[in-house]
Design a protein around this ligand. Structure first.
Ligand code: ZN
Length: 161
C-alpha cells in the first residue's frame, strides 16, 4: 500500500493508483477527462497545473511492449487527440511526455504542459521535478485550483465524442 496526497491536500492509501482510479475507488479531481475502450485520462491528482493530464491504461500492465495492437492504436490516437485539445482550448504550445516502467503504478503517460513560469526552473527533463514540486507546494491556492478546474472542464468538453 502507498499513501497518495491528492491536490486538495487529503491523503488516501491505495495498492495501485491507476487501478484505484479506473475502478472508481478514487474520484480524480474534476472527473475523467476522456475515456476510450482501453484508456482513460484525468487531471493529475497530485499537481495543480492546468492541463496536466495522465493517460492510463485500463489494464494493469507496466511496459509499452505489453500493449496489444488494439491498445497501441487506441493509445496513440487518444494521446494525439488530448494533445490537440490542449493546444486548441488551452493554448498550450509545448508538452513534455514521460512514462516510466519501474513504477509502482501501472502504465500511464504524463502529459506535462509547459508554461512560462516553468522556464525559471530550468529546461528539459531536469526541470520536471522542480516544476512539479513548485506546483504542489506553492500553487495550491484557490485561484490556481479554479483555473485547473476550468482547464479540466474545457478539455472534457472538447474531447466529447
Ligand atoms: Zn494497476
Amino acid at each position: 500500500m502507498r499513501t497518495i496526497t491528492l491536490a486538495n491536500g487529503e491523503t488516501v492509501e491505495v495498492e495501485c493508483l491507476s487501478c484505484a482510479l479506473v475502478d472508481g475507488l478514487i474520484e480524480p479531481e474534476g472527473g475523467v477527462v476522456v475515456e476510450t475502450a482501453h484508456f482513460h485520462a484525468h487531471q493529475d491528482v497530485a499537481y495543480p497545473i492546468p492541463g496536466l493530464i495522465i493517460l492510463a491504461s485500463k489494464r494493469h500492465l507496466k511496459s509499452l511492449d505489453e500493449l496489444t495492437e488494439a491498445e497501441r492504436l487506441d493509445y496513440i490516437t487518444i494521446l494525439s487527440e488530448i494533445r490537440k485539445a490542449q493546444r486548441d482550448v488551452l493554448g498550450i504550445e509545448s508538452v513534455y511526455y514521460f512514462y516510466n516502467e519501474d513504477t509502482t503504478h501501472h502504465f500511464h503517460t504524463w502529459m506535462v504542459p509547459r508554461y512560462e513560469w516553468m522556464y525559471e526552473l530550468g529546461r528539459s527533463v531536469e526541470s520536471v521535478r522542480p516544476v512539479l514540486l513548485h506546483a504542489r507546494n506553492e500553487m495550491n491556492d484557490e485561484a490556481n485550483l479554479k483555473s485547473v478546474r476550468q482547464a479540466i472542464s474545457a478539455l472534457t468538453e472538447e474531447l466529447k465524442r
